[in-house]
Design a protein around this ligand. Structure first.
Ligand SMILES: Cc1cc2nc3c(=O)[nH]c(=O)nc-3n(C[C@H](O)[C@H](O)[C@H](O)COP(=O)(O)OP(=O)(O)OC[C@H]3O[C@@H](n4cnc5c(N)ncnc54)[C@H](O)[C@@H]3O)c2cc1C
Length: 283
């Protein structure tokens, strides 16, 4: 399949020290876990991008990209104009290369991400008993579309004030166990719109994924909870004239933090990037 061949040859060109063993891991993960979880639109897009990359190298090298020697592949990639559409096409395939490569425990442990250790210690709380009726019946006071950070809070606030609320969500409802155990790269394929392959339109193209799952993007985001600092509220006030009642905001934060169980990340769960960031802050 052209997609698998292209991703493998791109990975080989991108990572100077990649071993055959790691390339085989990448290829088998693509076939076993990535491709079956791609939605049809994303699959078409990636096949087209792979074809485009292979055709693009022909005018200057007389060969499709994936049949070039590693050295020629690297030299050809260096010559691709960063302002061109081809560069964006390669960036799209790079997303797949990186996301798939990072599922390899040998690779992720090099940056201090020891997934098995981190996930092994997580205790999955029992699911709360909520009524999920499938199809809404009868009359509702309010219909909320989307169960993300915005929709879920509105639905909760309205229902606790006595309104009859129906909450519609386009995405599936995964179990908590699945959310914890599934590798983040593979989680993106299942629980993001268009398998996570959504981008801003322009040059450069910017990768902008968003969740399609019960709980919205919050279910699949980085899980960082940060109170907006006073100086940000002041800047927004100056820019927009909107005056946020900081006392009410603090109370809302307290409620949300309690409901979501917000806590400081324990030392053993800190990844390599967080440790480097902390070291930088202390300098
Ligand atoms: C990769 C990533 C990481 C992030 N990390 C953080 C973080 O660590 N901390 C932080 O504070 N913020 C983070 N964010 C931002 C944060 O997740 C979003 O700002 C927030 O989720 C937006 O909430 P929302 O309700 O507007 O939209 P969403 O949370 O995206 O929810 C929208 C919901 O509506 C559903 N929907 C859409 N259309 C329909 C339809 N027609 N019918 C039914 N359902 C529909 C979608 O499926 C989705 O579930 C991150 C965002 C991304 C993309």
């Amino acid at each position: 399949m052209v997609f698998v061949r292209t991703v493998r040859s791109l990975a080989e060109a991108r990572f100077k020290d990649i071993s055959v063993e790691d390339l085989n891991y990448l290829e088998s993960t693509l076939v076993r876990d990535v491709i079956p979880n791609l939605n049809p639109k994303a699959r078409r897009l990636l096949n087209l991008a792979s074809l485009a990359l292979n055709v693009a190298s022909i005018p200057s090298t007389l060969k499709p990209f994936s049949t070039l020697s590693i050295g020629d592949r690297r030299r050809w990639l260096e010559r691709v104009n960063a302002e061109s559409n081809l560069y964006n096409i390669i960036a799209l395939l790079d997303v797949i290369v990186l996301a798939t490569h990072m599922t390899n425990p040998r690779i992720s442990s090099r940056i201090g991400y020891r997934r098995e250790e981190a996930v092994g210690g997580v205790r999955v709380e029992p699911e709360p008993a909520l009524s999920r009726s499938g199809k809404p019946r009868g009359a509702y006071d309010v219909i909320v579309v989307g169960s993300g950070a915005g929709g879920s809070v509105i639905a909760w606030e309205l229902s606790r004030r006595g309104f009859k609320v129906a909450l519609f969500e386009a995405g599936p409802e995964p179990s908590r166990d699945e959310l914890v155990k599934l590798h983040p790269s593979l989680r993106a394929l299942k629980y993001f719109w268009d398998s996570g392959l959504t981008f801003t339109w322009g040059n450069p193209v910017i990768h902008l994924p968003f969740g399609r799952v019960l709980g919205g993007t919050v279910t699949v985001n980085s899980g960082t909870m940060f109170r907006a600092p006073g100086r940000a509220l002041n800047l927004w006030y100056k820019a927009t004239g909107v005056n946020v009642d900081s006392g009410a905001l603090e109370r809302a934060y307290e409620i949300m933090e309690r409901m979501l169980g917000v806590k400081q990340v324990p030392e053993h769960l800190l990844g390599g990037n967080a440790i480097v960031m902390r070291r930088g802050l202390r300098l």
